[in-house]
Design a protein around this ligand. Structure first.
Ligand code: AMP
Length: 305
């Protein structure tokens, strides 16, 4: 696996792959790899000839400097994981390489960036995400870029940006990979002390209770939200938000009908965690991913032995 540090190195690497007729996948990440990242890399490996993973803890998407400082970093281990999965190149640039002196541009997707995570983390969060994703898509110019359903709003915002800016890339979404008890895998989980780790399952539990209420016929979002919130509070976790929204516009729904996204965020000890499920009242079963039925359900990470 090649380790690339500069934009010039990436461009040369991609040009060589292109001239050999190879299709190119990009998997943007902030590192500290877990099975969620691995699922994205595997999907890319299965679909494309050349897999490029970017590893960059993007400072401009952190509104909170202490969160940026505390973000886990493990580049040597990450490189070993990527190599084992057959990744062709890991692009791990410095902040100076991505944001040289005088950098002055920001990409903003209005509206979609301002709700849920945007409201909670600050309006600049998704501007930072879009700016770095736009740069990565311009640097690598992949055929396909892979994102996780775990960050549902990021998918919606990035898809809008790609459409609005006519970026010639296909966005693929990989189902959320969960730990044995349902907790969505996240680099931030490593910051949880054992008692916080036990409480963290409250997010998935709350989503599950709201899902069940909908499956049993509840169509009033306020009541489904209240049931989900109560299940979380009972486990000692107060949600920062617990929302039932349209999965395309992220607007609150007045009545639950068709596809809805249930999204939650909560602080558990030192970590701020998010999770979501997609529910479709037209389908018999509910699910937590935008994936063909055949690909669902095998994404639970086994319990540690
Ligand atoms: P991050 O390094 O946290 O920025 O994540 C990089 C990519 O991995 C993003 O597209 C995330 O949505 C995705 N991702 C993170 N955690 C998971 C998970 N548990 N399951 C699936 N994808 C994930």
């Amino acid at each position: 696996m090649r380790m690339l540090r500069t934009i010039a190195e990436v461009r040369a690497h991609v040009a060589a792959a292109r001239s050999a007729g190879r299709s190119i996948a990009l998997v943007p990440t902030m590192g500290a790899f877990h099975a969620g990242h691995e699922a994205l890399m595997r999907a890319a490996r299965d679909a494309c000839d050349e897999v490029i993973v970017s590893l960059f803890v993007n400072p401009v998407q952190f509104e909170d400097a202490s969160d940026l400082d505390a973000y886990p970093r493990s580049e040597v281990e990450d490189a070993a994981i990527a190599a084992r999965l057959g990744v062709d190149a890991l692009f791990a640039p410095s902040a100076r390489e991505m944001y040289p002196r005088g950098f002055a541009t920001s990409v903003r997707v209005a509206g979609l960036s301002d709700v849920l995570e945007g409201a909670a983390r600050g309006a600049g969060h998704f501007d930072g995400v879009c700016t770095v994703v736009c740069k990565l898509l311009c640097i690598v110019a992949p055929d396909v870029a892979y994102f996780g359903q775990k960050d549902a709003q990021q998918v919606v915002v990035v898809r809008r940006m790609v459409r609005d800016l006519d970026l010639p890339v296909r966005i693929e979404v990989v189902p959320t990979v969960r730990d044995f008890d349902g907790l969505a895998l996240s680099s931030r989980n490593s910051r949880l002390a054992p008692e916080d780790r036990a409480r963290a399952v409250a997010l998935r539990r709350g989503l599950g209770v709201a899902e069940d209420a909908i499956a049993q016929g509840e169509r009033d979002p306020a009541r489904a939200r209240a049931a989900g919130r109560a299940a979380m509070t009972a486990q000692g976790v107060d949600p920062e938000y617990f929302a039932i929204v349209d999965p395309d516009t992220l607007g609150e729904v007045e009545r639950i009908a068709g596809r809805v996204l249930i999204a939650v965020a909560a602080r558990v000890g030192p970590a701020r965690l998010i999770d979501n499920v997609l529910v479709d009242t037209q389908e018999v079963a509910t699910h937590d991913e935008w994936a063909p039925t055949s690909q669902r359900s095998s994404h639970v990470h086994p319990a540690p032995t």
